[in-house]
Ligand binder design. Structure first.
Ligand code: NDP
Length: 312
């Protein structure tokens, strides 16, 4: 329920402020306070205490976390689990101590069980094991739901967990091995074009996924934090679903790449479809969603203009 409440900007603290979603939030709401790991290491309780002492926020948008693609998750499950649990525990503990009125933290659609009845809905989060490729990250993120319920039960905290789907946009991680599908494809296509080599695509391109532009996620999280009293987890996704093959086609067109596209049919693609139920989000009328073509256009322009400094 939107209730149009306004919060003084200097009382809003955003962790993960230099990341994909944090940067998108900063572009739209520049007057809040944005922190990254350069300012405070949130795995360290002393740093987190110092952060809350310095800013004493009434509202916290907690975006920080150890985030990565499949390869990184398979190689570093210990870090993905421990760092996320430490970060979230420290942030919630001090948010409670400093009497933070509203804390919003990010889970991810990968928290859902690998085998589940679709569409994804928040009440299905704990119904089975997450996919084995990122189980450590997924379980750590699931615990946000448990911790928030515990703070609500014991202390009456009305905090909110959000569940974004696949996010893309400027300031993403474009590493060829450790990134998510869209930034990896953009970087690969950029290199294929300048080196005049084929574009290799993991899998056969048939899997269908939901994608959401980072500006849209940032706007929705901001409004949910500052203008609503929702406490149940909310899935943040767009109504747009595309096959990976269609996404590849759009990226290829936007780059003007005319070389060969080689789908690696022998590589696993995961579930064919993973639709999520966004009826609650749509009912809240939090704004329009950026079409994939437009979001990709902005993202690719940004990547080309910022190639030397982009995270990769
Ligand atoms: P990014 O990886 O782009 O940004 C993560 C941020 O977390 C960075 O600013 C990073 O700081 C900060 N961070 C990492 N470790 C620490 C630490 N120990 N102390 C302090 N800060 C730290 O992530 P996104 O913007 O993509 O994601 C935002 C949130 O949304 C995350 O919680 C993620 O799990 C969730 N999410 C993301 C999805 C996606 O597709 N990207 C999908 C679903 C959920 P620095 O910049 O200094 O390294």
């Amino acid at each position: 329920m939107l209730h149009g409440r306004r919060v003084a900007m200097n009382n809003i603290l955003v962790t993960g402020g230099a990341g994909l979603v944090g940067s998108a939030m900063k572009r739209q709401y520049p007057d809040a306070t944005y922190v990254s790991s350069v300012d405070f290491d949130l795995t360290n309780p002393t740093d987190v205490l110092n952060m809350f002492t310095k800013y004493n926020p009434t509202h916290v948008i907690h975006l920080a976390g150890r985030v990565g693609g499949v390869a990184a998750n398979i190689a570093h499950p210990v870090e993905f689990f421990e760092e996320n649990v430490l970060i979230n525990t420290n942030v919630m503990r001090y948010a409670h101590q400093f009497n933070v009125e509203r804390l919003t933290a990010c889970m991810s659609t990968c928290v859902f069980p690998d085998t589940v009845e679709y569409p994804l809905q928040p009440h299905k989060i704990h119904l089975g094991e997450p996919h084995q490729s990122n189980y450590a990250y997924a379980y750590a993120k699931r615990m946000i739901d448990i911790q928030m319920r515990a703070y609500q039960q014991q202390y009456g905290r009305k905090w909110l967990a959000v569940i974004p789907t696949n996010v893309y946009g400027p300031d993403d991680n474009y590493n060829l091995i450790n990134s998510h599908v869209i930034p990896a494809l953009i970087h690969k296509c950029y290199l294929a074009k300048i080196n005049n080599t084929p574009l290799d695509v993991w899998g056969g391109g048939k899997a269908i996924r939901e994608f959401i532009y980072s500006d849209d996620v940032a706007r929705v999280i901001w409004k949910l934090t500052t203008e609503t009293v929702e406490v149940d987890p909310i899935i943040i996704s767009s109504p747009f679903q595309y096959s990976i093959g269609e996404v590849v086609q759009k990226i290829v067109q936007l780059f003007g790449f005319t070389g060969e596209v080689k789908f690696q049919f022998d590589q696993p693609e995961g579930q064919h479809r993973k639709p999520s139920d966004i009826s609650l989000l749509l009912s809240m009328e939090l704004g329009k969603f950026t079409p994939l073509d437009i979001g990709l256009q902005h993202t690719i322009s940004w990547f080309i203009d910022n190639y030397d400094t982009a995270r990769k």
